[in-house]
Design a protein around this ligand. Structure first.
Ligand SMILES: *Cc1c(COP(=O)(O)O)cnc(C)c1O
Length: 394
């Protein structure tokens, strides 16, 4: 390590977002893979929207000029969408309630900087959950307190409460939850929500609704009564704009003002802002794919649940979480899981191996069919391998 680098960075490894996709193979090879490891939409933007965006770039974006650093038009459009999708008064949330980030990842970092930096606070997460909260906290030297989840993946609320009461120097200042959670797909329950409502107002509650368009469940209305809550959303999933990196936060204007102080002045490239605006204008068209994905999810879950070796959970998002059943643990579930992931990859399907299970994105109908076939083939092969390995000892 170079002598001028912060010593605690020694302990941190760089995040590799696509561990299975980026292994030095030519790009053309990657494109033939079913990339079901990052919860993107399987559908690119429709051609007519790409053409509209190309036109916008040619006619309206001056590439020699800095972007609109205030994001006014985009914030206005986001506020309208937030109000409309929550079925509330069209002026309930205004641009003063919105901050836009270079992906919601940027907003997570800004929230950490605004709350905990300089030894002022720790964060609380319930494992397993989205990894970026802990990763970004570590890069800022912010302590991470982790509690477990129950068998149904609800947060262990007794442990969480104890952590809040007992963590000192620095005390917990932010609680991060995903609604519905990644990788497990469960939405917050009424008891989890009740616990969050009862947290003291010195604690910020971050509710990450990255999968809102799939779950259609949101706490946005409650923000009007909860100045210590913030909701994060993204254009990377249902809106099909992962390539453009646009996320947003919805919160009390005072919290938004703090986030605005922290962000880089031109955090969002003009082209990304234009893409998000076009996506919002055409939201009806883009979100038409959601019911189809939900129907595919139901088919996939039903089929996977038939398999005796798999434990499959219901999901409120665009991915499915499964584990190998307990009988497999004797045979080394972690190994089996690793083999399964490798087999799937060798056959062209990328999935995410995480927290003792697999997270599989719901893809196009063709991809999902291949997922089922390839998973079946990999499990058959594993069973054959076991039978063969038993023989010599007989
Ligand atoms: C995908 C995802 C995001 C989106 O991050 P971006 O930086 O906006 O692409 C945020 N939170 C969770 C839980 C996610 O799964």
């Amino acid at each position: 390590m170079l002598p001028f680098i912060r010593s605690d960075l020694n302990q941190i490894r760089a995040y590799t977002p696509h561990p299975s996709g980026d292994d030095g193979k030519p790009v053309t090879a990657a494109i033939t893979l079913d990339r079901l490891d990052t919860n993107e939409s399987p559908f690119d933007l429709p051609v007519e929207l790409k053409e509209k965006l190309a036109w916008t770039y040619q006619q309206l974006i001056e590439s020699n000029r800095y972007p609109d650093g205030g994001h006014e038009a985009l914030k206005q459009a986001i506020a309208e969408y937030v109000n409309e999708s929550a079925g509330i008064n069209p002026t309930a949330f205004t641009p003063a309630n919105i901050s836009v980030g270079n992906g919601s990842d940027e907003l997570i970092r800004s929230l950490l900087i605004a709350t905990c930096l300089g030894g002022e606070g720790s964060i609380l997460v319930a494992h397993p959950t989205f990894s970026m909260y802990a990763i970004l906290a570590q890069t800022l030297g912010i302590p991470v307190v982790q509690v477990q989840r129950e068998a149904n993946f609800e947060i262990d609320l007794a442990a969480a409460q104890l952590a809040i009461e007992q963590t000192q120097a620095p005390a917990i200042r932010v609680v991060f939850v995903v609604h519905p959670n990644s990788p497990t797909g469960n939405a917050l329950t009424s008891s989890e929500l009740e616990w969050l409502r009862n947290l003291p107002e010195e604690i910020l509650v971050v509710i990450d609704e990255a999968y809102f368009e799939f779950s259609q469940t949101s706490v946005v209305r409650e923000l009007l009564q909860q100045p210590n809550w913030v909701v994060l959303r993204t254009f990377s999933k249902a809106f099909r704009l992962a390539a453009h990196r646009v996320g947003y936060a919805i919160a009390h204007p005072h919290l938004i003002a703090a986030l605005e102080k922290i962000r880089l002045p031109y955090n969002l490239p003009s082209f990304s802002a234009a893409a998000a605006l076009v996506a919002l204008q055409q939201r009806q068209l883009l979100l038409e794919s959601v019911p189809q994905l939900l129907a595919e999810r139901a088919k996939l879950i039903y089929a996977l649940k038939q398999h005796p070796a798999l434990q499959v959970w219901d999901s409120a998002a665009n991915f499915i979480y499964l584990q190998l059943k307990a009988t497999d643990f004797k045979a080394g579930a972690q190994d089996s899981l690793g083999n399964l992931t490798q087999q799937l990859k060798a056959n062209g399907t990328l999935v995410r191996q995480i927290s003792g299970g697999l997270r599989i994105t719901v893809g196009s109908p063709e991809e999902n069919l291949r997922t089922l076939n390839r998973l079946q083939a990999a499990l058959n092969k594993r069973d054959e391998g076991r039978e063969a390995s038993k023989k010599p000892s007989l």
